[in-house]
Design a protein around this ligand. Structure first.
Ligand code: NAP
Length: 312
């Protein structure tokens, strides 16, 4: 007999196909009354696969036999991990397999924001090149200083790419790394002051909420560009929008936003920002690998084997 699992949110379609073939899956988003559905499943659900959307303490309380939440993604800020730990529920994520994909997009955003590639593309398409002549000059990337907030797996992969562009690299996080030859700057505002580009690549969640605040952004300055591939929550978004509008910061490259998929209308109207629909890990190769980790963690759980990528 197949084991039953709860799926709390959608994930890569091919991963869902495998899960559907392996388990009796209960897709919470399809239930007209989710509370009722959870109550009905409560005695039988020991494992869940988490895709988009929250997995909070109330959901955990509704499932007293839950022992595993296998998250599709490395960032677990949508899951209340503390509540899970208190209840003896393990949480797994999908580290490493997406690192290079996200770093590629991060570097792409550095270049696209500095060289205003989205604006330039529109400039060609709308006939401005023909009607107005050459577009305004943009900003240099190579040789400029990159400050990285969060030199973890993805941050390191970004640093490696930036090194090839001859960019001096600084980083800020809670602990200085003993295995990285980049300059550690203990104060984020100080790092922003020293940087031409501020790369945000730390986790989301309450601990990092609005870490990139007005002081940090003002320190980055009118020639500085902020790039965020982490989570929208890490930057004070309304402040960033205001400072971009005032020209107090020079530009932005953003893959993530505070209230996805809604993006502030003011950002949509700006030519010195490049906007992406949270697509950092979204290639078939990487999504397949992420899905495989979800599949393998669930399989390990039901076989009473050690989990592959437990958080914490
Ligand atoms: P990671 O290896 O855990 O690295 C996170 C880094 O952030 C660590 O070096 C950590 O250093 C630092 N950090 C943690 N808490 C911090 C704090 N309160 N203040 C300052 N720095 C802090 O994670 P990763 O695999 O590189 O992933 C990073 C994040 O990228 C994920 O959590 C996720 O939100 C995001 N992401 C986005 C996409 C996308 O599609 N755009 C895709 C994948 C991941 P310390 O512990 O020393 O502070």
């Amino acid at each position: 007999m197949k084991h039953e699992i709860l799926m709390s949110g959608k994930m890569y379609a091919k991963t869902m196909e495998v899960l559907d073939a392996t388990y009796t899956t209960h897709k919470l988003w399809e239930a007209p009354d989710q509370k009722k559905k959870l109550a009905e499943l409560a005695p039988r659900i020991r494992a869940a696969a988490a895709g988009s959307g929250k997995f909070d303490a109330a959901m955990m309380d509704a499932l007293p036999n839950l022992k595993l939440i296998a998250n599709f993604g490395v960032g677990v800020d949508s899951i209340d991990v503390k509540a899970a730990t208190q209840r003896g529920i393990a949480v797994t994520n999908t580290p490493d397999v997406l690192t290079d994909e996200v770093a590629d997009l991060a570097m792409g955003l550095v270049i696209a924001a500095a060289r205003r590639m989205a604006f330039a593309d529109r400039y060609v398409r709308d006939g401005s090149w023909v009607n107005k002549g050459s577009m305004p000059f943009t900003r240099r990337v190579h040789g400029k200083t990159l400050g990285i907030l969060g030199l973890g797996r993805i941050g390191l992969a970004i640093a490696k790419r930036a090194e090839a562009f001859g960019m001096p690299i600084l980083y800020n996080q809670r602990r200085k790394r003993s295995d990285a030859n980049y300059r550690y700057v203990a104060d984020l505002t100080e790092m922003a002051k020293l940087s031409d580009f501020l790369m945000v690549s730390c986790p989301g969640g309450p601990e990092t909420a609005r870490l990139v605040n007005e002081k940090v952004l003002r320190a980055l300055g009118p020639d500085g560009i902020v790039v965020n591939i982490a989570r929208g929550s890490v930057i004070d978004e309304p402040v960033m929008v205001r400072l971009l509008k005032e020209g107090a910061i020079g530009g932005a490259g953003l893959d993530v936003f505070a209230d996805e998929p809604r993006v502030p209308a003011e950002l949509l109207a700006m030519d010195h920002v490049v906007l992406q629909p949270h697509q950092g890990s979204a290639t078939p190769e990487t999504r397949t690998a992420m899905g495989q980790l979800v599949i393998d963690n669930l399989a390990a759980f039901f076989a009473n084997k050690p989990l592959l990528t437990k958080v914490g």
